[in-house]
Design a protein around this ligand. Structure first.
Ligand code: ADP
Ligand code: MG
Length: 332
């Protein structure tokens, strides 16, 4: 694997076009983009048989829509909203998909010692990034007190969730898009698709490759729009990026954005962006948020313990840091 820093958009374009050339002519690629789950979902696929592509695109978007209805905490009808309303009073039944997402979220909460915490929403409810609202000191302290993944009781056998303390709320914003991307790929693979890309905002997963070549994936420069800090060839893998430039505002020179450090209830400011490469998007998604909160040293230490997982981090000074396996492969 090679990592080439500082490509411009036109260079990226040239690379993508070169990568596409071998497959043009003998395979039909289809693509569609829709707004769902608060972001842009893009599905690209190589048709398994003539005329089958449109229905497959539709099936993936339908699945995203279904999962969004289930896991959007702002939709009062959603299962997640019901959990947040009722789970302190007693166990709430949840569908299998939510058991899977919560189980993985709690795994990363434990693995990171709470840097990733699926109950961070007790603090984030006081922020409004569009209106520039931040919590008062008292609100922030109250929010932080109610964040505690250890007080989320998931019974995987009974498929129920219970909160062991009041004031708790779950939010799957750091993991649900990755899960949905994996589901999209599962649907396509089961239908016989051999090459596809499913992306949801900063989370993407590639099935197969582009003919004989891998796909070139650019990691955005966190401060220069349309510029890239790295372009990596990837196939059959997932990549997610968490950055402080997606949803933010600045006040008195301080940037407030949507990734919170559960220890303080304030935006995490150790790095500008964290990208994770892993086999599945549920893992790359959760880990990109996790490593963003942990920062360079603790983030790389965690990633270097996980086989098959790599990281590219842009620190506060704009410098790049790579996990051990990537460093080895860039030197080859
Ligand atoms: P996005 O693609 O939405 O930018 P990220 O993977 O960067 O997603 O994750 C950011 C989202 O993760 C936030 O919008 C929020 O929903 C959630 N989040 C923020 N802080 C944490 C945290 N400490 N632990 C778990 N999830 C978090
Ligand atoms: Mg993430």
């Amino acid at each position: 694997m090679c990592v080439t820093p500082s490509f411009s958009l036109s260079q990226l374009f040239a690379l993508v076009v070169i990568a596409l050339l071998p497959v043009l002519g003998h395979a039909q690629w289809l693509q569609d983009t829709r707004a769902l789950m608060g972001t842009e979902i893009t599905v690209e696929l190589m048709e398994p048989g003539a005329g089958e592509g449109e229905a497959l695109l539709e099936a993936v978007f339908t699945e995203f829509h279904r999962l969004d209805l289930m896991m959007n905490p702002w939709n009062e009808e959603s299962v997640l909203a019901r959990v947040n309303r009722d789970a302190f009073a007693g166990p709430v039944s949840v569908p299998a998909e939510m058991v899977a997402v919560l189980e993985r979220a709690l795994y990363y909460s434990r693995l990171s010692g709470g840097a990733f915490d699926v109950s961070f929403a007790a603090a984030s409810q006081y922020y409004d990034f569009r209106r520039g609202r931040t919590p008062s000191k008292a609100e922030r302290e109250e929010g932080v007190r109610a964040i505690d993944y250890r007080s989320v009781e998931l019974d995987t056998q009974a498929a129920t969730v219970r909160f062991l303390r009041p004031g708790m709320a779950l939010d799957f914003g750091g993991i649900a898009k990755g899960f949905a991307v994996d589901r999209g790929i599962d649907i396509l693979r089961a239908a016989g698709v051999e090459a596809a890309v499913v992306s949801a905002g900063g989370d993407s997963r590639m099935l197969g490759d582009l003919g004989e070549r891998p796909r070139m994936v650019g990691i955005r420069h966190p401060r220069q729009q349309d510029d890239y800090v790295a372009i990596i060839p990837l196939s059959n893998t997932a990549i997610s990026t968490s950055g402080d430039y997606e949803r933010y505002f600045e006040r008195d020179g301080v940037r407030y954005h949507h990734i919170l450090d559960p220890a303080t209830g304030d935006s995490a400011r150790a790095v500008l962006s964290a990208s994770i490469i892993a086999a599945q998007a549920i893992d790359s998604d959760a880990l990109s948020t996790t490593v963003f909160v942990l920062g360079v040293e603790r983030g790389l230490a965690l990633v270097n313990r996980l086989p098959g997982v790599d990281a590219i981090i842009v620190d506060g000074q704009g410098r790049l840091h790579y996990s051990a396996e990537l460093l080895l492969s860039t030197k080859e």
